[in-house]
Ligand binder design. Structure first.
Ligand code: NAD
Length: 467
């Protein structure tokens, strides 16, 4: 779409939604549930279309789309439908003696008009899960899917067009220009998922009109293997969560820290785990129907450069290393002898490359993690609760998992999000509802009465009561 046309469309829809958001303020749980149910049913009736769109975008295997795109959205919708009435109920709070005679409560009112900007790596899940939260809170929504997954973006537009009036939910497709035009509008809330760099741009734009933000960002999520860990179990879980979606997952294990004396045994287990996942009948990973591709040439080149730089500076490829440029294919690749100064240890890898670093004692590993920006997730493997407790108490991360990876993302009762550089605010379930909600405090005084405590002049009485 031409920029001028796009601007006209955005201005028009924004105004329509602003007006409609006032009607939504008093919408009932039943009305909001009705909207979420329509979305839920459309998704179940169009599973094949969703799978095909994502396969066309970057050869995402159908089952992976079921597991990581359709299932999380459907279960988010079901969970919300089940609990929304309860979440929306006005909550009475206790009355302290100084407020005798008053009644106080928290009302959950929609923030109003909202914007969702989504990334490409789980292009359906990360646009539609926040939509469920926005609808549950009673907000109107404009969605900008990622331009890097155009088939999924077009399908999202089609779905929203079939279910919703534009004054309620509308999709604006496009890249940078679309984002910039949208960010210039005074939305009441912006829910952004993407890189920390763009997150800062979003936050700056929101500050122009003091709109609130949820920033779901990324980072280098470490795995710490304690000396008593079950190496085989750890390797199997790390490999399966690292290489799903070709490592293009915000909560994927980014690098592993393992005791020096166990490094070789751990890497051996990791290599075997990769073969079990993707190699059958002696065929290479590129033949596996369960392994996807890198989203585009730019990211393919960026990832190969990371491996080249590491190897030039002394790292060893302990597994993988193969790539096929015509297919944007990169084999699951394990790097050892990795140093902190290498490019691969600078930013989030976001691809199927896993550096394994070693440490002498656990505090050395924890100091290394604490020197980096706070990650989105931290994973620790140990048989000892005491050791796990020590690791989690000594580090800060958006979320943490013991003896597995990534699972916290799909637990419906847990808040999901980062901390500082990996994000601001939380999503999923009740926490997603709260993110799009203004928790309004409402205090009701009796007519003809005022506060029991004298708060106004003359202050000579107040002194006696307050101290
Ligand atoms: P990105 O930040 O490049 O893009 C995200 C969205 O912002 C896209 O819709 C894009 O069009 C838009 N955008 C890009 N540049 C912009 C600009 N200058 N101004 C305004 N909008 C702009 O991220 P990506 O490459 O799509 O996704 C990868 C990143 O997202 C990784 O860092 C990953 O960790 C993170 N991520 C986080 C989560 C989470 O839940 N925390 C989930 C998935 C991905």
């Amino acid at each position: 779409m031409e920029v001028e046309l796009m601007k006209t469309e955005i201005d028009k829809v924004f105004d329509l939604q602003k007006t409609h958001s006032l009607n939504m303020r008093s919408s009932t749980a039943e009305e909001r549930i009705g909207l979420i149910r329509k979305l839920h049913d459309w998704i179940l009736n169009h599973r094949e279309d969703i799978r095909k769109a994502m396969y066309a975008d970057y050869r995402k295997p159908y089952t992976e789309t079921d597991i990581s795109e359709i299932y999380p959205v459907v279960s988010e919708a079901k969970h919300t439908i089940k609990h929304l009435k309860n979440w929306m109920k006005t909550k009475r709070v206790p009355t302290p003696v100084t407020f005798l005679g008053t009644k106080a409560s928290i009302q959950y009112e929609p923030k109003g008009s909202s914007l969702i900007i989504a990334p490409w790596n789980y292009p359906f899940n990360l646009a539609i899960c926040p939509l469920v939260s926005a609808l549950s809170a009673g907000c109107t929504v404009m969605i900008k899917p990622s331009e890097m997954t155009p088939h999924t973006s077009a399908l999202i537009k089609e779905m929203i067009g079939e279910i919703f009036e534009k004054n309620m939910v509308c999709v604006i497709e496009g890249g940078l220009e679309a984002s910039q035009l949208l960010l210039a509008k005074p939305f009441d809330h912006i829910f952004f998922t993407g890189s920390p760099m763009v997150g800062k741009i979003v936050m700056r734009s929101a500050s122009d009109h003091l709109g609130s933000v949820t920033l779901e960002l990324g980072g280098k999520s470490p795995v710490i293997i304690a000396p008593d860990a079950d190496l085989k179990d750890a390797a199997r879980k790390i490999a399966s969560t690292k290489f799903i979606n070709c490592g293009q997952t915000c909560v994927a294990p980014d690098f592993v820290l393992v005791p020096r004396s166990l490094r070789d045994e751990f890497v051996q287990n990791l290599n075997e785990a990769i073969d079990t996942l993707y190699v059958s009948d002696g065929q290479g990973v590129e033949k596996s129907p369960d392994y996807g591709r890198i989203v585009n040439e730019r990211h393919f080149n960026r990832l190969n450069k990371l491996v080249e730089d590491a190897c030039e500076n002394g790292a060893t490829i302990a597994k993988g290393g193969k790539n096929i440029p015509e297919e944007n294919f990169i084999e699951p690749t394990i790097l050892t002898m990795v140093k902190e100064s290498m490019e691969v240890m600078e930013d989030e890898i976001f691809g199927p490359i896993l550096p394994v670093m070693d440490y002498e004692n656990i505090d050395e590993a924890l100091n290394f993690v604490n020197k980096m920006p706070k990650p989105l997730a931290l994973y620790a493997f140990s048989k000892s609760d005491k050791k796990l407790g020590y690791i989690f108490r000594k580090t800060s991360s958006g979320g943490a998992v013991a003896n597995d990876c990534v699972l916290h993302f799909i637990h419906p009762e847990l808040p999901f999000g980062g901390v500082n550089n990996s994000g601001i605010g939380k999503s999923h379930g009740h926490f997603g509802f709260l993110e799009f909600t203004n928790q309004k405090s409402l205090l009701k005084q009796r007519v003809g009465f005022t506060a029991v405590t004298p708060l106004f002049p003359p202050y000579n009485k107040a002194k006696e009561v307050l101290i």
